[in-house]
Design a protein around this ligand. Structure first.
Ligand SMILES: [Zn+2]
Length: 188
């Protein structure tokens, strides 16, 4: 079985939330290994984004120096907690870049990518957009920081093309578990 933790965002050193999800994944992996199953446990760091670039600049480091340090801190913690992962992937590694580019080219080839614009209020710390009703007096509900109004031209994935097939997969198989989550995914 294949198991993954979130690929943690390399903006800062790990905290107890990172430890929680990784210990939980490690426990699940150990349980299945004890049952004689082949298990592959993945964890790692996501090292791209404007936020990382800004934090590195504030620290007087290059993005590369910053993410090397943070990835090292994650690895040191997993070693200290005896997390038995099979691979620690960093999104700056050549084989991640190669695979991401291959996927991108395949999506372009199949006509699944299109250009569009997205506009909204964004918190750079969250790297996420918020709907107006989610903001607290115009500020990020998590960081209590002012959001930036951004309008960006971007690439979009033509998910609508796959809607009927995905609905069928979720509704008629055990692809999503537990069962109550299925209607959540189907939005009904
Ligand atoms: Zn935020």
């Amino acid at each position: 079985m294949y198991l993954t933790t979130p690929i943690y965002y390399a903006n800062d050193v790990p905290h107890i939330g990172h430890a929680y999800t990784t210990i939980a994944a490690d426990a699940v992996a150990r349980y299945h290994r004890l049952g004689g199953r082949r298990v592959f446990l993945l964890t790692g760091t996501d090292e791209h984004g404007i936020n990382i670039e800004r934090i590195a600049a504030r620290r007087g480091l290059s993005p590369r120096q910053h993410v090397d340090e943070i990835a090292g801190a994650f690895q040191a913690l997993w070693s200290r907690l005896d997390i038995q992962y099979d691979r620690f992937i960093r999104t700056t590694e050549p084989d991640h870049i190669r695979t991401a580019l291959d996927l991108w080219r395949r999506l372009q080839g199949s006509g699944d990518l299109y250009r569009g614009t997205y506009e909204g209020d964004s918190c750079t710390r969250c790297e996420a957009y918020y709907a107006p009703e989610e903001l607290v007096e115009g500020r990020c509900p998590i960081h209590d920081l002012p959001c930036e109004h951004l309008r960006e031209e971007n690439w979009f994935f033509r998910l609508s093309r796959y809607e009927p097939a995905l609905q069928q997969l979720v509704a008629e198989t055990d692809f999503v578990q537990p069962v109550p989550r299925r209607s959540e995914v189907l939005g009904c």
